[in-house]
Write a protein that binds this ligand. Structure first.
Ligand code: APR
Length: 308
């Protein structure tokens, strides 16, 4: 039997992710949404694509929590996306209500699951989900750094006129305006970006990365990015389902690592069937450390507004 993955929220991010899961045949999927008919209709449409993709995965859509029980992985994308002029933080109260309701119900039916939070403001929503689920912190993880790093990789590749496949990048800290792209740990086929480009060009790429989500929002006008967020989340789903133990930047609960305690923020982790199996600690320069601390502080302040 295939493993079961529940995707909560059958909107742009959730349905794109569900497509990746069933198209590759990685798992059986459940698409859950509060809107009646939407998850059922999208699941039916995706089921009918399976013969064409040569996939033997199944997917069902539901508005009933009972259908999600026994999931190995639960991905939460439910909530509002950004509109132009909004920061991720502006979604705080509306999405906190959605996420806490969803996580409370999902956790009961799937007590052994790993929960991946995508809904923004993601770091705080992940912190909230830890509290509401009562799960071990290894089993609750947020998606942000992989997406931000993919944006950085794209901009570096365009700048240098080479394949994004050959660019590796690392972005640490919260998935917000104060995220910390790390040029020192960004490489083209193993060669550090800091030896390949001048400071001014690197600074411009870093700034574009920080603004990457808002750049898409300003073009779409009606919502936020979804193809790259779904693809980033899919990397996490795969690494957990197949126990790949990939090293990926994710929002993890820090318990003394990086000198930080009791807060979620983006750091490199090993993701496997147990969830966050290890947190990788990097030694940061003074400036990197300062920026990282500022980003963590912003997450703490926002969590404080929710009283968590
Ligand atoms: N339970 C289940 N689903 C819900 C609930 C709820 N309580 N509340 C809202 N939803 C569903 C909506 O019905 C909608 O189908 O969540 C879905 C959100 O989809 P979109 O509006 O298309 O938003 P999307 O672009 O997918 O973004 C979702 O991910 O990247 C983040 O910032 C983004 O927080 C946003 C989230």
């Amino acid at each position: 039997m295939k493993k079961k993955v529940t995707v909560v929220g059958a909107g742009h991010v959730g349905s794109s992710l569900a497509q990746m899961i069933v198209q590759e045949g990685s798992a059986d999927a459940v698409l859950f949404d509060i809107a009646e008919g939407i998850p059922q209709g999208k699941a039916l449409d995706l089921s009918e694509a399976c013969p064409l993709w040569g996939s033997s995965s199944s997917i069902v859509g539901t508005n009933d929590y009972a259908g999600t029980a026994g999931s190995e992985v639960i991905v939460v994308t439910a909530g509002l996306p950004r509109k132009p002029g909004m920061s991720r933080d502006d979604l705080l109260f509306a999405n906190a209500k959605v996420v806490s309701g969803v996580v409370e119900n999902m956790a009961k039916g799937s007590p052994g699951a790993v929960i991946i939070i995508v809904t923004n403001p993601m770091d705080v929503m992940t912190q909230l989900s830890l509290k509401v689920s009562g799960f071990d912190s290894k089993k609750v993880v947020g998606m942000g750094g992989i997406l931000d790093s993919a944006r950085f990789r794209t901009f570096v590749a365009w700048e240098m006129g080479l394949s994004p496949r050959d660019v590796e990048a690392l972005v640490l800290g919260g998935h917000g305006d104060l995220m910390v792209p790390m040029p020192r740990f960004t490489t083209v086929k193993g060669v550090s970006l800091t030896t390949l480009l001048g400071t001014e060009r690197i600074d411009a790429l870093v700034q574009r990365t920080r603004n990457g989500g808002a750049e898409v929002v300003s073009l779409l006008k009606t919502g936020s990015a979804y193809y790259a967020p779904a693809a980033a989340t899919y990397q996490m789903v795969r690494s957990i389902l197949f126990d790949e133990k990939r090293m990926l930047p994710c929002a993890a609960y820090l318990n003394g690592e990086y000198g930080v305690r009791g807060v979620y923020t983006g750091v490199p982790v090993l993701l496997g069937s147990g969830g966050v199996e290890r947190i990788i600690e990097l030694s940061l320069t003074e400036q990197e450390g300062r920026e990282f601390a500022g980003s963590v502080d912003a997450v703490r302040q926002l969590s404080g507004k929710l009283g968590i």
